[in-house]
Ligand binder design. Sequence first.
Ligand code: ARG
Length: 274
Amino acid sequence: MRSVLVCPPDYFDVVDQKNPYMSRKVAVDRAKARSQWDCLCSVLQQNGCEIQTIPSVEGLEDMVFAANQVFVGEKAGYGKFAVPSRMLYASRQREVPFYTEWFRQHNFQIIELDFDNEFLEGHGDMLWHPDGSRIYAGFGFRSTEGGVAKFAAALSKFDIPVIPLQLIDPLCYHLDTCLCPLNNEAALVYPGAFSAPALESVHKFWKRVHLLSTQEAHSFMGNGIVAGSSYIAPRMTPQLKAMLRSEGLTPVIVDTSEFEKAGGSCFCMKTFLP
Ligand code: ARG
């Protein structure tokens, strides 16, 4: 069974504009957000995940996006580790100590980086290759190139290569909106989100690249979760369903409309634990 960490949306809200999705002046329906979050949790459970919860904190309106505050992994001979993020926005920086403490209490070794003026946003921008052989690291909007370099230097002691990927589309401000590993050979990729050298790297490291359209990427269809043999996302086109089926995955839809008002969907709302 895979464990997954989530944070309930008790204080979830849109109070400022941290990404282009947050520009619209729309109110959050917190009861609806709660039922969407409950639905995501039960779909994860139905797909073999054990849910672990970190309590939400009043005033931290984005804390529900549990993918961002730390980067987690495990290395043979070292054990489980967590690298605390340095979030670009002050309100989100305040979430990090709560998550760091949770991971410390759950026996993860905490690897603190000295960030100076650099930023790094956890599993929003950094994705494991499913077999653990390397990490893809997006930068350009939230994480910085220097932040990724500091992370890569820290991980070099584990012999885990970090592949920097420059992001160029503000609507794909995190890597998890435009690259979604499906298995060791295949990924969903929105090509318009990457600089030319980054897109070349992506093609080099994946045997099968399934291209997402602009409309698919900008409506979070690539921000899905692979759990068991399901792909969980907020909506799907017939083309996306066909790509998933060709990889042996079953499309499962979970509505995340409330969370999309804050610029996040399924993938952003959890961290898989090693
Ligand atoms: N409002 C949040 C922010 O802008 C959304 C985070 C979405 N998370 C993600 N992993 N893409 O920081």
